[in-house]
Design a protein around this ligand. Structure first.
Ligand code: UFG
Length: 351
């Protein structure tokens, strides 16, 4: 059974990936600083995967720590080697991810995301681990209107968060070119991951006030917030609201498994892949779908555009489909229904 290190493995996306990894018979080692995640997610992962108390302890291990701490990372790899179960691959998600916060605190973002990743890559190099799937973002693309972005579209992030993601891709590309390395690297450029695990046991629960559409929508629908503010009604789109490529978090998790299987079975490779559905939905379409499928009512109003927003960002995902033999299975209805199921189940826990 191959051992995979998942950095940021208790976060929204990481926890769903961990479920998929266990289901695919991998053994996982999770590291997470818990800065923006809950240790409870570990229990939920075990519950979903039916891991009782007498399962082999090394199916899933968790270490609390930060990727800024190089010694901590080295110890993780060292321990795995000592136990004769070395880490074969890394799925690297740990990092800060708020676009707004990154504009206010760019140095914090550069230190955590870029320096943290360099620490991780040094540890991997030290312990001869050559496989990495990196959690990149569609935010690295230069905005273009009404055209799907391919992996070769122009790059031009407009926030420090996006710049750190692009910088990490560049570091990985440089490493892939270096003679002594023989690395296998896939950058997965996520579009807008939303939804929740079907069980309702895992979902998105950001600490502090949420910025993203779905967590806010859930708070409005559950009555915690009075109404939804839609940022702009005058964008050059079909209904005047922004269009995004929302992808179910379980489809995203499954893309990671396909990417992992792909690199574990290939020789040296460096590849960027768009992970989206290729299907754009406007904010208004999301709101109307959510109300309809969940049979709930809430108010919304239009406010001025949000700083840094772009009207349209949708993936051309054909390269991911053909390379990974992966295909998103869930539609916007599923995303809305699963997210709401998670909200209802977790409401009593978090309010
Ligand atoms: N929106 C509203 N009201 C809200 C919140 C969001 O109208 O209260 C709108 C936004 O203006 C945007 C859409 O909903 O048009 C989606 O906004 P999100 O904040 O959910 O997502 P973004 O597309 O802005 O950004 C997300 C992630 C980034 C990532 C990017 C990649 O937050 O981390 O997708 O495309 F980089």
């Amino acid at each position: 059974m191959k051992k995979i290190l998942v950095t940021g493995g208790l976060g929204f996306i990481g926890s769903h990936i961990c479920v998929s990894l266990i289901e695919q018979n991998y053994s996982i080692c999770i590291i997470d600083s818990l800065i923006n995640s809950e240790e409870d997610n570990l229990l939920s992962i075990k519950k979903i995967c039916n891991l009782s108390n007498n399962f082999p302890k090394d199916r899933i291990t968790f270490f609390k720590g930060d990727i800024k701490d190089k010694r901590f990372l080295m110890n993780i790899f060292e321990k795995a080697v000592d136990e004769q179960k070395p880490i074969e691959a890394v799925i690297h998600l740990a990092g800060l991810k708020s676009v707004n916060e990154s504009i206010e605190e760019p140095l914090t973002y550069w230190e955590t995301n870029v320096v943290g990743t360099i620490n991780l890559l040094e540890a991997m190099q030290n312990y001869n681990c050559k496989n990495i799937v990196f959690s990149s973002s569609a935010t690295i693309y230069k905005p273009i209107l009404n055209e799907l972005v391919t992996e070769n579209s122009d790059l031009g992030p407009i926030s420090p968060y996006g710049t750190t993601k692009l910088t990490i891709e560049k570091i990985l590309e440089d490493l892939s070119k270096s003679q002594q390395n023989d690395l296998k690297i896939i950058n997965l450029r996520y579009f807008n991951p939303v939804g929740a695990h079907f069980s309702g046991l895992l979902g998105e629960n950001p600490k502090g006030r949420p910025n993203n559409l779905f967590p806010i929508l859930l708070k409005v629908a559950s009555g915690e917030y009075e109404k939804l503010s839609i940022f702009g009604a005058d964008w050059p789109t079909r209904d005047g609201t922004c269009i995004r490529d929302y992808i179910h978090v379980m489809d995203l998790a499954e893309a990671h498994i396909s990417a992992l299987n792909f690199i574990l079975n290939s020789s040296s490779i460096f590849i960027n892949l768009n992970i989206g559905t290729g299907n754009g939905k406007s904010v208004l379409e999301v709101v109307e779908t959510f109300k309809k499928v969940n049979k709930c009512q809430f108010e919304y109003s239009y406010v001025s555009r949000r700083n840094g927003d772009i009207p349209y960002l949708v993936a051309d995902n054909r390269l991911a489909l053909s390379t990974l033999h992966w295909r998103p299975q869930r539609n916007l209805n599923d995303m809305c229904i699963d997210a709401w199921r998670w909200k209802i189940r977790s409401k009593s826990k978090f309010t």
